[in-house]
Design a protein around this ligand. Structure first.
Ligand code: ZN
Length: 683
């Protein structure tokens, strides 16, 4: 590991944040350097501080501690993420015998310089008590491979000599702050501290010194691990995820079992990962032992839970389902046992977290994580990939021995730690997956926006073109959902099947299908046999391909589902010269009803939207003008020629699709969205 400190970059930070002062500017710079290296910290882990001065309201200089605030990630931290706390009142706490976590947090909040600052780190007192100007703290993988050895202290001495103080494991908070200070005072020449089972602190008079000491100390650990390894730990190369039908089936079954479990907590998505290290971990004979010993640093327990669930890939979906159900039950009962045992031992009452696993090690498939959002699942996967790396390194030099269950329980059920998980109310379609065809067009794009705004992840398809990629980017950035997009010819059954499988291999399954793609094909019906054949492909059979593949997946998943079709008013009210379009659309309504009849018992609902006169690229401008002119109307009046006299938009159609999805007791339903057109009303 090498220092990434660059003088020119440091100078840029000083210039950029000159209003906040040089100390805070450089603190921001090196915090980011640490935060951007996943071998040091992951997703909000670690913290940093600087002691500096600020002016109070009367212009007097006062000493402050700027320390990482909760909710900030070091990789993209701003000075605002390092709130200033008055230092002197915090130092007075050193004389106390004890201080509760709540009182400690209250004290740090009460001494904030700005009332609107985020809550300072739970390790604020540790940063305050130590006298150094800059203090850096990480959960570096290499350090954890050593700090989780049964003889960690002995190994630490070998690697760092007396340059680092060693602090036995104590949960973050007041007692750890006092213990860290004691260790430092026994040898004030130490350049940092190793916290057994937890991580590493380094100190410095300057931002550069504290940061470069972190790099130096972690590098010493890396070199020692490499030299001492009995067997070399394989390098970690990312591999392509399995993206075939069998993998899709396996993930879909797992998702269904999780959501349907008696302790399920709503919809979730699954995230799949493969790498050379994951592969080498999964084939180990001691996998079950190694993987269930516990997390590499207690902080991670809220991301990954204490243990993953180990499964074996099975091509036979029914057999795999039976395996998952049995293993899930065993996992949950083990978790419940741990929870009640710890509550009894500690004589406390706690509200139990969900008892389901978050991480799955599936032999023959890879690492899979589950969460209500793709982001949370990806974080769990990142954390677990580093867990595997650290366990492999620890085992290569000795024995991986993390904290015991009692300490892990304290962390898992620590009120301050749970607060990190966020309290935002989930969006109504969080954890859902919606598949939309013809997504680049007016109605498809409007529907994608409507569902994404409600938190649904999306799988979008359309013909090749830039629009689909642009739309996907816009949806991701606007709504923070995951969007998978693929150009495809949906009249090709094999392509459609692959797309449906992709929904499962990328997100774990499928909940809603909006079968929207269509093409207006015209011509007098007695001359339109060829056109009708083409139209049947795109306006009927492509819908069947998608509905059939989706239904097969939904049946495996066992969570019901929703198949929605864009039927158009032509299904009920054919227009002259539009037969090649109307006939397949009428059949599409029949198709929708057929699926309703055959799969209602599996909870699969269907519906169709019967829309008319939407400004989309379905009709080219000349055709539109001709149709309007045929009725003696301008194009604008043509769009308002309905009972309500209101133009119907693509968003109105999107809302109708959503209402069909959101009405759990509605199936085989045609929802008309045309501003009122009696001739086209279903009868
Ligand atoms: Zn920590």
């Amino acid at each position: 590991m090498e220092s990434k400190w660059v003088d020119i970059d440091a100078a840029k930070y000083i210039e950029l944040y000159k209003a906040q002062g040089e100390d805070l500017a450089l603190r921001t710079y090196t915090s980011r350097l640490l935060g951007l290296d996943p071998a040091l910290v992951l997703h909000g882990g670690g913290n940093t501080s600087v002691k500096t001065t600020q002016l109070d309201d009367l212009g007097r200089s006062i000493e402050v501690l700027c320390v990482k605030g909760s909710g900030w990630d070091m990789g993209n931290i701003e000075p605002a993420g390092l709130p200033a706390v008055s230092l002197l009142p915090l130092l007075e706490f050193r004389v106390l015998e004890k201080l509760s976590d709540e009182d400690m947090v209250n004290a740090s909040r009460r001494n904030l310089r700005s009332a609107s600052s985020p809550t300072p780190s739970v390790e604020t007192l540790l940063h305050a008590f130590l006298p150094h100007k800059f203090i850096d703290h990480t959960h570096a993988d290499a350090v954890l491979a050593i700090a989780n050895q049964p003889n960690a202290e002995e190994v630490c001495r070998k690697i760092w000599g007396d340059s680092m103080g060693i602090v036995p494991y104590i949960m973050p908070g007041f007692f750890l702050s006092k213990a860290a200070l004691d260790v430092y005072e026994q040898n004030p020449t130490v350049q940092g501290l190793i916290l057994i089972n937890h991580g590493i602190f380094t100190f410095g008079d300057s931002a550069q010194q504290a940061y470069e000491r972190m790099i130096e100390k972690v590098s010493l650990a890396e070199v020692w691990l490499e030299r001492s390894a009995a067997v070399p730990v394989p390098a970690n190369t990312q591999l392509e995820n399995r993206d075939d039908k069998l993998a899709a089936n396996c993930l879909t079954v797992l998702r269904g079992c999780l959501v349907n479990h008696a302790d399920g907590f709503g919809s979730v998505i699954l995230h799949q990962r493969r790498s050379s290290q994951i592969e080498s971990f999964l084939v180990r004979e001691d996998l079950a032992d190694l993987a269930t010993r516990g997390p590499i640093t207690p902080d991670h327990i809220i991301r990954t839970k204490q243990k993953p669930l180990i499964l074996t890939f099975d091509e036979n979906s029914a057999a795999f389902k039976a395996q998952v159900e049995a293993q899930l039950d065993a996992y949950v009962s083990d978790y419940n046992g741990y929870f009640s045992q710890q509550c009894r031992n500690k004589q406390v009452t706690r509200t139990r977290n969900h008892p389901l696993p978050i991480v799955f090690l599936i032999r023959g498939l890879g690492l899979v994580t589950m969460a209500p959002t793709v982001k949370a699942a990806a974080i769990a996967a990142d954390v677990y990939e580093h867990t595997i790396d650290t366990i492999l390194k620890a085992e290569s030099v000795g024995r991986y021995q993390p904290l015991d269950q009692s300490h892990l329980f304290d962390m898992e059920y620590w009120s301050l730690e749970q607060a990190k998980l966020g309290k935002s109310k989930p969006r109504e379609m969080e954890g859902k997956v919606t598949f939309i065809t013809g997504a680049a067009g007016g109605i498809g794009a409007a529907t994608a926006h409507y569902f994404a705004a409600r938190g649904s992840n999306l799988v979008l398809t359309d013909l090749a073109g830039e629009e689909l990629a642009n739309l996907s980017l816009e949806l991701r950035t606007t709504y923070g959902v995951t969007v998978i997009h693929m150009s495809a010819d949906i009249t090709d059954e094999a392509q459609v099947s692959r797309l449906v499988a992709r929904a499962a291999t990328s997100l774990g399954g499928l909940d809603v299908v909006v079968s929207n793609a269509g093409l207006a094909i015209t011509g007098p019906i007695h001359e339109a046999t060829e056109q009708l054949q083409k139209s049947l492909q795109i306006n009927l059979l492509s819908h069947q391909f998608l509905a059939a593949a989706s239904t097969r997946l939904m049946l495996l998943q066992g969570l019901g589902g929703c198949l929605l079709f864009n039927a158009s008013k032509s299904a009920f009210n054919p227009g002259p010269g539009f037969g090649a379009y109307s006939v397949p659309k009428a059949a599409l309504v029949a198709l929708m009803k057929q699926y309703a009849v055959e799969f209602a018992t599996a909870g699969i609902r269907t519906g169709a939207v019967n829309a008319d006169r939407i400004r989309t690229n379905l009709f080219d401008t000349d055709l539109l003008k001709a149709r309007a002119a045929a009725r003696g109307l301008t194009a604008n009046d043509y769009f308002k020629a309905n009972l309500l006299g209101l133009e119907v938009t693509a968003r109105d159609v999107a809302r109708a699709f959503y209402h069909l999805y959101a009405s759990p007791k509605t199936t085989a339903c045609v929802l008309t969205v045309d501003g009122g057109n009696i001739a086209a009303s279903p009868r």
